[in-house]
Ligand binder design. Structure first.
Ligand code: ADP
Length: 168
């Protein structure tokens, strides 16, 4: 009998991908045979980066990790996880503030799909304070964000800001 491939999905907005996200992706890739990063196409929010940009950024920053694949999705996370043939959702936990929302999501998903489990990875301490929202705010004020995001993201953020300022 061939052993079952252990697949997990790491869903999120990734607007933009931070070093905290990347840390979770790398650690999940050590635990699973395949990790699919699911980039949410969220019509309710206006993201800084389009879905295609977010997908391309994640492809670039994970290109050295062979068992990671990047896809976009819309709709229910559990439907996407099933379509990927995976049984596990990975989420990152930074602090107690994340906990309530994450627990509620995990429990709802478990009712919708009892065959799918959510696995939480606690953030590495150096990234515990880091969120995409904070990074966007810092960049908005023209500060370099290289401490918080992969270099390609920092570069794209500063270019986005310059091109916006040109048109103002
Ligand atoms: P969402 O809108 O689904 O919360 P995010 O892109 O903000 O999307 O986050 C995706 C996942 O990554 C969430 O589980 C979030 O808690 C986790 N995450 C975000 N930032 C960090 C970080 N600095 N360290 C660890 N996990 C993180």
């Amino acid at each position: 009998m061939t052993p079952k491939i252990r697949k997990a999905v790491y869903p999120g907005t990734f607007d933009p991908c931070t070093k905290g996200h990347l840390d979770i992706i790398k650690r999940a890739a050590q635990q699973f045979d395949e990790v699919i990063v699911g980039v949410l196409r969220n019509s309710a929010k206006t993201p800084l980066f389009s879905t295609e940009e977010r997908v391309n950024i994640l492809k670039e920053v994970t290109k050295e990790i062979p068992n990671v694949e990047i896809r976009s999705f819309e709709g229910l996370t559990v439907s996407f996880v099933r379509a990927c043939g995976a049984g596990v959702i990975i989420r990152g936990l930074r602090a107690v503030t994340d906990f309530e929302y994450e627990l509620q999501m995990a429990q709802t998903n478990r009712i919708l799909a009892p065959d799918i489990d959510t696995l939480f990875l606690t953030t590495s301490l150096e990234y515990a304070y880091l969120s995409s929202t904070t990074v966007r705010e810092i960049a908005e004020f023209g500060h370099n964000v290289e401490q918080f995001v992969p270099p390609v993201v920092a570069d794209l953020m500063s270019r986005k800001r310059s091109s916006r300022n040109e048109f103002q």
